[in-house]
Design a protein around this ligand. Structure first.
Ligand SMILES: [Zn+2]
Length: 493
């Protein structure tokens, strides 16, 4: 049992958790955002991050510190918390990315972890190999073996109370990602970054990103905190949280600000294109876009970075509230409408509905059917599986309307799209209390027909009838031929 992470609440694959960081003497509530701090730049000071934005944890790069003489000396003598002036938890990255980009690794796993411990990091990172997407399987496998070796070395390094990251690699091969996460989970390391996904996000490949995260999650226990490494755009947080990510780090707030880009939960806008700020953070209340445009470069960058952070932290809070209220997937559906590639990401998430179902609470507030994708949510899947365990009479009428059907049937069950059939006694229980639009789409009807087919299949000895409210022929094709179907809208005339 991993002691540093405790789950408080779940919704779909999303969780609210408490990450205990012993060396910092703090607990961090997840989902959490770690702003990235470059010790050589001061866009927004760590003290401001804590006081003004409520940051409980940040991340900085130990490689940059290692290579900057004055910062290194101060960090070694005074400690990182003192140098950065930050009261929360500090995670350090090993700089694997820089090391892999700019040449040979000149420090060993032991040295770099020891250095992170020496400068006072609370969560350190070994030097793994961040294998990019789409490389050959051979390369992904070879590099994964090296990463696994490094994690095993990291287990043996005495770093006191410092927690250690166990990066999960494996490129875009789901089986390798799963193998990597199983291996990492079996070590006594603490936090699990899903690595090298930045190229996927830069190319808007949210579908592939979700497949990679889903694979990594399959090898990790529920007590494993998962960090989507390098993910900092608030647009995709809800999607990633729903797949089970707990930690995000954002360099985006500062990098985008430097480039006059303004973050929103629906995407990125360029400052020169904005006439009205669609935000109520202090920055956007106090300034008009025109005023921000007229600021000096340095001031404009700081001002935009502050807005970018406000919107990013705001989205994290909105996600936490959605998990508490049990409507995280409704939020994901909303976000999925911002960009077609986000919709691909959401549809891919639903491909993993069986995996999400395992963690999804049995009962929540109310199920809102807000798009035909809703028909593929884990709750619909679970309902269908639940049908297998119910006993049915020899003859049973399934009715979408008020009619209980011909008298020849012993009993009548309700049919509600997208769930399908269920005994009346269940109609007040979640998710069958769902709010469904009157103008129902074929996606919901098809899902209901699948539910009918499943029940018929499970009970070959029973004679079924189905009373539906004008289902189109294409939907009725999903209902087995043995079922007597009656269009109740025609019956009433
Ligand atoms: Zn704002």
């Amino acid at each position: 049992m991993r002691e540093c992470f405790e789950l408080q609440d779940t919704d779909a694959g999303g969780r609210i958790g408490e990450l205990t960081v012993p060396r910092a003497g703090v607990t961090v509530e997840t989902p959490a955002l770690l702003p990235v701090i470059n010790p050589n730049l001061d866009t927004i000071s760590p003290r401001r991050l804590a006081d003004e934005f409520g940051a409980e944890i940040l991340i900085t790069n130990s490689y940059i510190i290692y290579n900057t003489d004055d910062v290194r000396e101060r960090a070694l003598s005074e400690g990182l918390h003192e140098v950065l002036d930050f009261p929360g938890a500090i995670m350090t990255d090993s700089g694997s990315f820089q090391l892999s980009e700019y040449g040979e690794i000149t420090v060993t796993t032991e040295e770099i972890l020891q250095f992170q411990a020496d400068i006072g990091s609370d969560i350190g990172t070994p030097v793994d190999i961040p294998t990019p997407p789409d490389v050959s399987r051979e390369q992904a496998r070879d590099e994964l073996e090296t990463t696994k070796d490094r994690l095993e070395i990291a287990e043996g390094v005495d770093v006191g109370e410092m927690l250690i990251n166990a990066p999960v690699q494996g490129s875009t091969y789901p089986d390798l990602r799963e193998e990597a996460s199983r291996h990492a989970d079996a070590t006594d390391l603490d936090v699990f970054p899903v690595g090298a996904v930045v190229p996927l996000m830069n190319d808007y490949r949210y579908d592939d990103m979700i497949d990679v995260v889903a694979a990594a999650k399959r090898g990790l226990g529920a007590d494993a905190p998962v960090h989507l490494f390098g993910a900092g755009h608030p647009m995709m947080f809800a999607l990633a949280v729903a797949m089970g990510c707990d930690l995000f780090d954002s360099a985006a707030y500062a990098l985008y600000a430097r480039d006059d880009r303004y973050l929103t939960v629906r995407g990125t806008q360029h400052l020169e294109d904005i006439e009205y700020f669609p935000c109520s953070c202090p920055v956007c209340i106090e300034h008009s876009p025109e005023e921000v445009r007229s600021l000096s470069n340095k001031e404009r960058e700081k001002t935009l970075a502050a807005h970018n952070l406000h919107v990013t932290f705001g989205e994290i809070r909105r996600i936490k509230q959605a998990i508490r209220a049990g409507n995280l997937l409704e939020l994901v559906e909303e976000r999925a409408r911002a960009h077609p590639t986000m919709l691909d990401g959401y549809r891919t998430l639903l491909d993993h509905a069986d995996q999400l179902e395992a963690a999804d609470p049995v009962s929540k507030g109310a199920f809102f059917y807000t798009s035909h994708e809703s028909a593929r949510r884990p709750e619909v899947l679970r309902h269908r599986e639940r049908l297998e365990r119910l006993s049915v009479p020899d003859t049973l009428f399934l009715t979408e309307g008020d009619s209980d059907g011909p008298e020849t049937y012993e009993d009548a069950w309700r049919v509600k799209p997208p769930f399908g059939p269920f005994p009346r006694a269940l109609s007040k229980s979640y998710p069958l209390t769902a709010e469904v639009p009157d103008r129902i789409d074929d996606g919901a009807l098809e899902a209901a027909a699948e539910g009918v087919a499943r029940l018929v299949e499970e009970n070959p000895g029973t004679e079924f009838g189905l009373g539906h409210l004008g289902w189109p022929a294409a939907v009725l094709e999903g209902v087995p031929d043995s079922v007597e179907t009656i269009d109740l809208t025609k019956e009433h005339r």
